[in-house]
Design a binder for this molecule. Structure first.
Ligand code: FUB
Ligand code: ZN
Length: 666
């Protein structure tokens, strides 16, 4: 494929109100910022550049293998051959994994122009296309003889959810390549859904939100208002009890309270966050400030009371759901990888709307500590859940072993419910778009939200080209130097995000002068002429973190963070320090600050023997006698040593282990 053929098919139709349409997953019509396109950002190594390369070289082919192995891609062949329902495999939403894989492939092709991958995408898309029915309906689990009728199980059927993911794949292909078979399939499916559900008096919605954000994006990408209107209807219908009763109750699929009235995110975490993303899209594109404010309020409350230190959301395995306020047990955390991805999506949309740096903090925290943790360093194993405390040592799965689902102390090659790996693929392939945006005052500022070694080449709204080189070893090092390679004669105004943890940050301008910059805000715009540089200096020394006392599950415990990274204590490092290799036995000595040496973070830890007892409780009077804890070995006894902490995202890369983020304070 040549550069010439990689043009949007209908550039005149995708313009919206923006002077330029970025090649990105979310491109709101209005708002403080437009995102950078994946074609405007070239990551050059570093943490995320190497992750993106691993995604290309390993994770995408791995998923291509598994959707065949699991029968999920062949389901489309069976549909086309007319042999279904015989032999259909997977859950009712198995189609969506093929769509998310296609979306990830499309972003990857858009980024690199990989011709071999393009050929594979076309072949897979052709198999999907062959399964589409004449009226645009597309789902392999419904509507045929021997299958439930179409739209007969809106609560659990996932038909609208699957169409949503198909649409997002189509939008990715349209923006990175132009109209082709995949785009036509997605548009035909959207048209079918629009004809089926678009009557304003209809009250039907799907049990799993996703179609809302997809339709809004398709409307942006095609300039077709009908899709946005249907997205709006789906958002407005929810919360009115229109879905049937289920065991988890209406809160599970956010059908308990209308979106604009809710105070906090609740129920199934991925559902809640996909809905929130769709509601922001609808609010932004219809000028509905009340709706946007409602989501911002819910997200704020959720961050304040229902979010793990890692940014993970959803503390209940039961219903894969948010728990109550401050119910954040580290060991029982569900913290699904998809919920992290969805939180990134919602925060990114809010950021584009109001340019508030705090949304980018959420993106960064969640990317480093959920998204990065969910993929192994081999690029071919995954976490579905992301607990902050692993109590037991699991076992390695066999290379071709499918994990039944969630929790384990090692990453699995694939899952029977495998929403997370394909979600990770599309997120990592398109993450260049999270790096920053263009807008601010008069559309002439470049906002850089994430620190990554990269070259960014974009246009300001007046058509002026700006090219910036970003050099950093972040997060190991807190400095990032931004050099203008191309800029307007009077310079390009550039603003950098100072993370909320970065108290004491400094910005050294092109004049060489260093100034203090407040944490949690964008820096004031600073003009860079071609050849000029500025350097942001963030303090990335390790710091101790305590939780609000209402997070009872981690009372009396501390965590260590370094820059955007949450750190963890993992059993192999205790053993290497000559201590008992069970993290349950460890206590952190906080009067000695963790320090960085030789590229690692060292903390002093004490471990005490924890013998089995018939009853795990004892009188406090016994403790007053000097026998601490059940082991009764004395308050100050125990082995003590310096132990290396690792980034949480890196745990379980050395085989099965135990691990904890929150460590009891000695
Ligand atoms: O229902 C589709 C996906 O499967 C959800 O988003 C995940 O939580 C998993 O249950
Ligand atoms: Zn998932």
């Amino acid at each position: 494929m040549t550069a010439e053929t990689r043009q949007p098919a209908r550039p005149e139709a995708v313009a919206g109100t923006r002077p330029m349409t970025p090649v990105a997953p979310a491109v709101p019509r209005t708002g403080a910022l437009r995102p950078l396109g994946v074609d405007e950002v070239r990551l050059e190594g570093g943490f995320w550049g190497s992750r993106q390369e691993l995604n290309r070289s390993t994770t995408i082919p791995h998923a291509e293998h598994w959707v065949e192995e699991m029968g999920w891609a062949p389901n489309f062949d069976r549909a086309a051959a007319g042999t279904l329902p015989d032999g259909r495999r997977g859950t009712e939403f198995a189609d969506s994994e093929v769509y998310k894989l296609l979306e990830g492939m499309a972003w990857e092709i858009g980024r690199t122009g990989d011709e071999a991958l393009d050929e594979r995408l076309r072949r897979l898309a052709a198999r999907v296309a062959a399964a589409q029915e004449d009226d645009g309906y597309l789902h392999t689990a419904f509507g045929r003889d021997g299958q439930p009728p179409r739209w007969s199980n809106l609560e659990w059927g996932h038909e609208l959810y699957c169409v949503g993911h198909l649409i997002q794949a189509g939008v990715a292909r349209l923006r990175t390549h132009g109209e082709d078979q995949l785009v036509r399939v997605a548009v035909a499916a959207a048209d079918h859904v629009s004809a089926e559900f678009g009557d304003p008096t209809d009250t039907r919605i799907g049990g799993h939100p996703e179609i809302e954000t997809a339709l809004a994006e398709l409307s942006r990408a095609t300039d077709e208002p009908r899709y946005l209107e249907l997205a709006r209807l789906f958002v407005e219908r929810r919360g009115r009890g229109y879905l049937g009763e289920i065991g988890f109750g209406p809160e599970y699929f956010q059908d308990d309270v209308p979106v604009r009235e809710a105070e906090v995110l609740r129920g199934h975490a991925v559902r809640a966050l996909y809905l929130a993303s769709g509601a922001v899209d609808v609010g932004v594109d219809t000028g509905d400030a009340e709706l946007i404010a409602a989501v911002a309020r819910q997200m704020g409350a959720t961050l304040a009371r229902r979010t793990y230190l890692t940014g993970a959301m959803g503390s209940q395995h039961d219903g894969e759901a948010f728990g109550g306020d401050f119910m954040l047990p580290p060991d029982r955390a569900y913290a699904e990888s998809c919920a992290g991805i969805a939180a990134v999506q919602t925060s990114h949309r809010l950021l584009l709307h109001d340019a508030d740096a705090r949304h980018a903090d959420v993106v960064e925290r969640t990317m480093y500590n959920v998204v990065a943790a969910a993929v192994g360093e081999d690029g071919a194993s995954f976490f579905y859940t992301n607990p902050l405390h692993q109590r037991t040592v699991g076992r390695m799965p066999a290379p071709e072993e499918v994990s039944p689902r969630a929790a384990s102390s090692v990453r699995a090659p694939w899952f029977a419910v495998s929403c997370c790996p394909t979600n990770l693929i599309r997120t990592i392939a398109s993450l260049g778009s999270l790096l920053g945006g263009v807008g601010g005052e008069d559309g002439h500022e470049v906002h850089l939200h994430q620190l990554m070694p990269a070259t960014v080449r974009t246009r300001l709204d007046d058509g002026e080209t700006v090219s910036l080189q970003l050099r950093t070893a972040y997060p190991d090092d807190g400095r990032m130097t931004v050099t203008a390679l191309e800029a307007p004669a009077d310079g390009a105004p550039v603003r950098l995000r100072v993370p909320s943890w970065a108290t004491g940050a400094r910005l050294v301008g092109p004049d060489g002068e260093a100034r203090a910059v407040p944490a949690g805000e964008m820096t004031e715009p600073m003009r860079l002429r071609a050849g000029e540089s500025m350097t942001l200096e963030l303090p990335v020394e390790p710091r101790l973190t305590r939780a609000d006392p209402r997070v009872d599950a981690v009372r009396g415990q501390v965590a260590v963070e370094q820059g955007p990274l949450v750190l963890a204590l993992e059993s192999p490092d205790l053993a290497a320090a000559g201590l008992a290799d069970d993290v349950a036995a460890a206590e952190l000595l906080t009067d000695r600050a963790p320090e960085r040496r030789d590229g690692r973070i060292w903390a002093t830890v004490r471990t005490r023997p924890l013998p089995e007892a018939a009853w795990p409780y004892r009188s406090t009077a016994d403790e007053d006698d000097g026998a601490a804890g059940v082991g009764g070995s004395g308050a100050t006894s125990g082995e003590q040593a310096e132990v290396a902490l690792i980034p949480y995202h890196a745990w379980a890369n050395r085989g099965p282990s135990t691990m904890r983020v929150w460590i009891p304070e000695a």
